[in-house]
Unconditional design. Structure first.
Length: 177
C-alpha cells in the first residue's frame, strides 16, 4: 500500500495550490469557506471554495446555511496538475486490492483512510495559515450515508466552537426533514 505520509504530503500540496488559485481568482475577502469533497467510494478528491457571491446566487435555492454547510453547492474549484497526479495516486491505491469491488471491509477501511487523510490535510493547511478563523472548514462526502457523527467530529477538529455548533444545528435540522 502507498506510504501514508507521502500521500498526505501530495494531498497537502495539491490542495494548497488549488485553494490559493481559488483565492486569487475570487479575492480573499470574498471567501467564506474551504472544503475537500469526496464521494462514497473515496476515489474523488476535490478542493472547493465557497464565496459570498456564490452564496448570493444560491439564495433562491435555499438558506445561507444550506449553501455554507453543503459544499456540493459551492461555486469555485480549480483543477491543477498536482490534483491530477493526486487523483492518479488515489486511483492506484484503490486498485491495489485485487478484489476491491467485492471486499466491503477493505473498501470501508480504504474510504476511512482517505477521509482521515483529507481531514489531516485541512488541519495541516490550517496550521500553515491558509485559512482565517472566519472561514468555515469542511471535509464533505457527497451522495453518501457517512454518519453525521463523522461529519460532526471532522467539523469539531477544523472549526471554532461557534462555527462547529452552527454546523451541528444545521445538520440536525436537515436530518429531521
Amino acid at each position: 500500500m502507498h506510504d501514508e505520509e507521502e500521500l498526505l504530503e501530495s494531498m497537502i500540496n495539491a490542495t494548497e495550490e488549488s485553494f490559493l488559485l481559488c483565492i486569487e481568482k475570487s479575492g480573499k475577502e470574498n471567501v467564506l469557506g474551504f472544503s475537500i469533497c469526496s464521494d462514497d467510494s473515496g476515489v474523488t478528491f476535490s478542493p472547493r471554495v465557497a464565496t459570498k457571491s456564490g452564496m448570493a446566487n444560491f439564495k433562491e435555492c435555499g438558506t445561507a446555511d444550506d449553501f455554507l454547510y453543503d459544499p456540493d453547492n459551492w461555486d469555485i474549484e480549480e483543477n491543477t496538475s498536482k490534483l491530477d497526479e493526486l487523483h492518479s495516486s488515489i486511483n492506484a491505491l484503490y486498485e491495489e486490492c485485487e478484489d476491491y469491488d467485492n471486499d466491503d471491509n477493505w473498501h470501508a477501511e480504504y474510504r476511512n483512510r482517505v477521509y482521515q487523510l483529507a481531514v489531516r490535510t485541512m488541519e495541516k493547511l490550517k496550521k500553515k495559515g491558509i485559512f482565517s478563523s472566519d472561514h468555515y472548514l469542511n471535509v464533505w462526502v457527497s451522495d453518501s450515508e457517512v454518519p453525521s457523527k463523522k461529519a460532526t467530529s471532522w467539523s469539531k477538529r477544523l472549526n471554532t466552537p461557534e462555527t462547529h455548533l452552527s454546523f451541528v444545528e444545521w445538520l440536525d435540522s436537515r436530518e429531521e426533514n
